[in-house]
Design a protein around this ligand. Structure first.
Ligand code: 6PG
Length: 244
């Protein structure tokens, strides 16, 4: 575990560039099968655009990379709120082999059932239903932080945050918009990675980043990789006192 490392960049553009470099570095570091856990929300969109761009797509060995998602809104794939649908449309569908895209299914009867199905898919991919600290599930986990300090769909005070055994859980009610049920990977599943990378950019994030840096025990602070955790932030998100 260990403290997250803070990396400050100029703006959202520089942040997406830095994140794309981390993705490529992780991919290059692993000569075998690679697993990347994507995230939803608006923060990673620039990164996804970059990864699909002419300048970057050639740096990724698409036939060796598998793409998962850390949380999903329980809405059909055709709904613009669907996190994986956004990633697919921006960069995955044009680049990744179809069998390498692993969405959280939202056609199940309930978020709980969808969580169970996805847990089984992750466990089949990993080859075990027990996480081995010596063998991380993911090479890289991308994360964002919401205004209430949530990350993935782990909202402060929710039982999902305290889950210690299940890898994926249903979250019946969101704490912030969009107010649709969610399905989320849990802290232990997300922690099983070589690197966890938070993208936190823009002035809107300043209040929550201030609280996170103060070490409040919010889900976004408790989310730590067993490898290394990086908080990639831009100047606009930094608290006034520590701006460069
Ligand atoms: C989701 C996300 C969530 C997100 C934060 C930040 O499904 O909403 O996975 O954890 O990363 O809420 O969202 P923004 O990037 O939109 O600020």
């Amino acid at each position: 575990a260990g403290q997250p490392k803070l990396i400050v960049v100029a703006d959202a553009e520089a942040l997406a560039q830095a994140a794309a470099e981390r993705v490529v570095a992780r991919v290059v570091a692993n000569p075998g099968r690679i697993a990347i856990c994507l995230t939803g929300g608006s923060s990673p969109k620039k990164l996804y655009q970059l990864l699909g761009s002419e300048a970057w797509r050639g740096k990724i060995p698409w036939d060796r990379v598998h793409w998962f998602i850390g949380d999903e809104r329980f809405v059909p794939e055709s709904d613009p709120l669907n996190n994986m649908a956004v990633a697919r449309e921006i960069f995955l569908d044009r680049n990744a082999p179809p069998g390498h895209i692993h969405p959280i299914p939202t056609t199940a009867e309930s978020p709980d059932q969808s969580a169970e199905i996805y847990a089984r898919e992750l466990q089949a991919f990993y080859g075990s239903d027990q996480l081995d600290p010596a063998r991380p599930l993911f090479d890289l986990v991308l994360m964002g932080a919401g205004p209430d300090g949530h990350t993935a769909s782990l909202f402060p005070g929710y039982p999902a945050v305290e889950e210690t055994t299940r890898w994926v859980v249903g979250v019946p009610k969101a704490n912030v918009a969009p107010f649709v049920p969610r399905v989320s990977l849990t802290l232990p599943a997300l922690a099983s990675c070589r690197e966890m990378l938070f993208e936190i950019a823009g002035h809107d994030k300043q209040p929550i980043l201030t609280r996170l840096l103060n070490g409040e025990t919010l889900p976004a602070v408790r989310a730590r990789s067993n490898g290394g955790t990086l908080w990639l932030v831009d100047q606009a998100a930094l608290p006034e006192g520590i701006r460069g």
